[in-house]
Design a protein around this ligand. Structure first.
Ligand code: NDP
Ligand code: GUE
Ligand code: MG
Length: 295
């Protein structure tokens, strides 16, 4: 068997076009484009690259790029105040605080200063709680990108055995919650899991987000399974994932490559979240206006 590859680049391009169309529609309705505020503290080189890519994608979708850069020695209070200003600003639809922050700062406290309706990374306790309760909210970009890929390739989730490897707040946990909301039977594995390969072999859908290069190979994959590799590692031979690609391709039914799989979906879903946030804000403004007119 040779697995069919999931083309994340193509799906991401489609999502970005949908977002661009939605932005144009919003601009036609009320003359204002959604604005994305990226907040970058310090000069971490990887973060510089991610933020640059996010800003480019935002402009390409017709949104307003509102970037805020703070020095690496900025205080908790300075960043707190900056986020507070962005929270109040009606031109700001979405706020993204790029992580990791310099060590002297408390990221959780700063993230929770972002209003849930502008939290386009879906990382506030408020949005995590809404997801855990199965209520509407903004979802973390990488897990919702994975869910979109599974939908595009018509992978059945209701009643399916799904194994997620990794329980981070950024990826694993929200991934498990999203799949649970789609009626999958979800097993969540982590570094203390006793027999990872045995758990993973049960999966009809296996999502790997451990951050360990080559953790998963043929011994861990059920024949015909769908395997989603979230891991990203820069090696001498280019980008690699958490899945040993060549050998897994001989066992799986559907497989994401690295690069070109999950990676491109993360930015596409950030744009989709920003459009969603802008629509909610527009609806709220319109409701407020009409209630003032009639009352
Ligand atoms: N493509 C994309 O867009 C994105 C890619 N990534 C990539 O995905 C990977 C994971 O990211 P992230 O979730 O932030 O990573 P974290 O390091 O925050 O979390 C890793 C998780 O994997 C678990 N884990 C580690 N080693 C093992 C092991 N040997 N067996 C089973 N579980 C293990 C950890 O368990 P424990 O909790 O017990 O420590 C932890 O829950 C990274 O490579 C990252 O670069 C991340 C975000 C977006
Ligand atoms: N708070 C936080 N949010 C993140 O979103 C986050 C993070 N922390 N920590 C690190 C990981 C990693 N990550 C990637 C996003 C896109 C690609 C991506 O676009 N990859 C392309 C290739 C890019 C290239 O060629 O360099 C691809 O896979 O095809 C990769 C990796 C986000 N992360
Ligand atoms: Mg990828």
């Amino acid at each position: 068997m040779t697995a069919e590859l999931i083309d994340g680049k193509a799906v991401a391009a489609r999502v970005r076009q949908e977002v661009a169309d939605g932005v144009a529609e919003l601009v036609a309705q009320d003359g204002q484009a959604p604005g994305l505020a990226t907040v970058l503290v310090g000069e971490d080189p990887a973060s510089e690259v991610y933020v640059r890519n996010k800003r480019r994608a935002c402009v390409a979708a017709g949104m307003v790029d509102l970037h805020r850069r703070l020095p690496g020695d900025a205080s908790q209070q300075q960043i707190d105040e900056e986020i507070g200003r962005l929270a109040e600003d009606p031109g700001v639809s979405g706020i993204l605080l790029q992580l990791p922050l310099p060590g002297h700062l408390d990221p959780d406290a700063l993230i929770d200063r972002i209003p849930a309706g502008k939290d386009v990374d879906g990382l506030t306790a408020g949005n995590a709680g809404l997801l855990a309760q199965g209520r509407d909210g903004l979802r973390p970009c990488t897990p919702s990108g994975v869910a979109r890929l599974l939908d595009e390739y018509a992978v059945p989730l209701a009643g399916a055995k799904v194994v997620v490897v990794g329980r981070s707040v950024l990826v694993g946990r929200p991934m498990a919650q999203l799949l649970l909301a789609r009626d999958a039977t979800v097993t969540l594995c982590h570094s203390r899991t006793k027999d990872l390969a045995a758990e993973a072999r049960e999966a009809e859908v296996l999502v790997v987000a451990a951050g360990v290069p080559g953790l998963i190979g043929r011994e861990s994959v059920r024949p015909g399974a769908t395997v989603i590799d979230v891991g990203i590692h820069r090696t001498e031979n280019g980008l690699r994932g958490d899945v040993r690609f060549a050998e897994t391709r001989g066992v799986a039914g559907l497989l994401t490559p690295v690069p070109g799989g999950v990676g491109p979906m993360t930015i596409a879903m950030l744009l989709a979240n920003t459009l969603q946030a802008a629509r909610w804000q527009q609806n709220r403004t319109n409701e407020l206006r009409s209630s003032q007119c009639s009352g």
